[in-house]
Design a protein around this ligand. Sequence first.
Ligand code: ADP
Ligand code: MG
Length: 257
Amino acid sequence: MTDTETTEPTDTEHRTEPLLRLEDVHKSYGTERVLRGISLEIERGDVEVLVGPSGSGKSTLLRCLNRLTEVDEGDIYLGDLEVTGENNPNEIRQQIGMVFQDINLFAHLTARKNVTLGLRKVRGMDETEARERADAELARVGLADQADSYPAQLSGGQKQRVGIARALAMDPEVMLFDEPTSALDPELSNEVLAVMRELVEDGMTMVVVTHEMRFARGAASSISFLESGEIVERGPPDRMFDDPKEERTKRFFESIR
Ligand code: ADP
Ligand code: MG
């Protein structure tokens, strides 16, 4: 090696880049400052769990991550792609899939059609290819036998799993989950959490807002505690649960026990 090579950073080959990078993200609604300078780096394959009181900005943060909401200030990158840049939001949403608390399937379409729709319209797949892809994703979430069912014929947990299959079908780099089990009974929640755990095992990069602390503790690479639009504290799950440094984090974890 020459001196030049050892002293000057040349290119990216020796650095591990985070897959998702937020730099000083701000967002206000009117005079309410909902996100006040969020900076966060998430590595490929990591699972970031966001916790915090209602109204702390968790959903807004997820929405900024896939351009459902535009940030006021700051930057978000997915690898080299500038999420907050001039890119087409649809391109971002293919790469960053999202699953919401409210299960938003098209009621007049079967489970399979709910999944093929995006593949046909956004990916331009032909019917046969889209159908094969949809059926594979439905099988992945344990719904191979429900492809022809309409949403009204499915349980809340099954609908939520169709929503996950629909997002996965686009082959995203990152999956965002916004309280995916909050509207479900415990038994149905468990079906959804089991699918999410499988995604974790498969190495999917995920950002998850959830009140399911058992999931958080078992699956998270790290937990961020948000309050009033700021990350008050971030750390590995065991430390966040057992030995939080900040008084506000302590109070939060005590309040949900
Ligand atoms: P969380 O998901 O942590 O409960 P949210 O991100 O949903 O928090 O909301 C944070 C704050 O931003 C709340 O006070 C909420 O009322 C406000 N807010 C969220 N979305 C909007 C919106 N579209 N218009 C106005 N205020 C909003
Ligand atoms: Mg929310």
